[in-house]
Ligand binder design. Structure first.
Ligand SMILES: *Cc1c(COP(=O)(O)O)cnc(C)c1O
Ligand code: SF4
Length: 349
């Protein structure tokens, strides 16, 4: 991801408190460790990772509110491990590449991906409020393939001309870091296309930057003709504190039930105890578990991978402990398939 995308560069005056909170996010590993009372040695980090490198392809980025939910003094904190760069990212592992799920091949126009019937996914920006080390889009060529500026118009034309598209998914990056005006214009342009019944937002922002869920956003979402479906992304119950719950409940009051997608991550949520706690915390905040994704094999993320056999066994343990509606679907994305592929109790593996 490019470090200097216009919509995340703090302007001279931060008019909105969420933009100020976004701009205050940490970008320096040394600052993050200092905030938690940890040393680089305790976290197994050498100088290469610690050197603050604004030009790095995927630098550290984490909002202060998310840092506040980490346990001080714990180098294995499950929130810290999601954002702290690791020397393991430099390892090249067979099978882990740049475009593992066929995103580029599925583009109908630059920044508009369609893999499945009736729904298409619009890359709205390359920017995110947080940089998750396991991210499946970390190598996506956002500069050429985002709906930013010039590409957006052609993507909207494709959507307008294809009445089989009843759902448009705004993704990224993260659509909720777009500037207010750009998000409004985009949502209103899609909302005008009467064959579009649902607009879906895929966003980690309500979890990592709950300040973003302000009255202007709620009013905007509430004003649309289309049904709005918000799919958030949390991987661990510790991510959901009081502020996050409040933001999620406010969103749900406007859009209806929220859904969550999580990624199964070694050392972070690969135990049934943690997965059960996540489902309970989500539902407590008005969110249903939707997908538990097997990691996409993106270069630099192999150290987070959990074998399918382990994942299936974990899901069986979760199923034995929770009502069915609190059990996410364990899925893997495979290029060329007509849907995400279910694994385990819901599938065939
Ligand atoms: C994952 C994905 C979707 C959403 O799939 P659902 O099963 O509807 O949640 C849609 N389009 C693309 C390109 C995707 O990768
Ligand atoms: S918020 Fe989503 S798109 Fe952004 S870095 Fe994290 S996983 Fe990737």
């Amino acid at each position: 991801m490019h470090p200097a995308r216009p919509e995340t560069t703090p302007g001279p005056v931060s008019r909105h408190s969420w933009q100020a909170a976004l701009a205050r996010g940490l970008r320096d590993p040394a600052e993050l460790l200092a905030a938690l009372g940890l040393t680089a040695a305790e976290c197994g980090l050498g100088e290469a990772v610690m050197a603050r490198d604004g030009a790095a392809a995927f630098p550290l980025r984490v909002p202060l509110g998310f840092v506040a939910r980490m346990r001080p003094g714990d180098p294995l904190d499950p929130l810290l491990l999601q954002v702290l760069p690791s020397p393991a990212e430099g390892q090249s592992v067979p099978g882990f590449g740049a475009d593992p799920v066929g995103d580029l091949a599925s583009a109908r126009s630059p920044g508009l991906l369609q893999k499945y019937a009736g729904r298409a996914l619009l890359i709205t920006t390359g920017a995110c409020a947080i940089h998750c080390r396991y991210c499946f889009r970390r190598d996506y060529p956002y500069a050429e393939h985002s709906a930013a500026a010039s590409h957006l118009e052609s993507s909207l034309q494709v959507i307008a001309a294809d009445t089989s598209l009843e759902e448009v998914i705004l993704s990224g990056g993260d659509p909720l870091v777009l500037g207010e005006k750009r998000l409004e214009d985009l949502l209103l342009s899609i909302d005008k296309l009467t064959h579009v019944k649902r607009i879906r937002l895929h966003s980690r922002v309500p979890v990592v930057l709950p300040e973003r869920v302000d009255s202007r956003l709620l009013t905007l979402l509430g004003s649309l003709r289309s049904q709005v479906v918000v799919v958030i992304h949390a991987n661990h119950s510790q991510e959901i504190d009081g502020d996050v719950s409040q933001a999620l409940r406010a969103l749900a009051a406007v859009t209806g039930p929220l859904l969550n997608q999580a990624v199964l991550l070694r050392g972070i949520n690969d135990s049934s105890r943690v997965l059960v706690a996540l489902s309970r915390a989500l539902f407590g905040a008005g969110v249903l578990p939707y997908y538990l994704h097997q990691l996409d094999p993106v270069a630099g993320t192999a150290h987070f991978a959990v074998p399918d056999s382990t994942a299936v066994a974990l899901l069986a343990e979760v199923l034995a402990q929770l009502p069915g509606y609190l059990v996410p679907k364990l899925v893997r994305e495979t290029a060329g398939k007509p849907a995400k592929t279910p694994l385990g109790s819901f599938g065939t593996t």
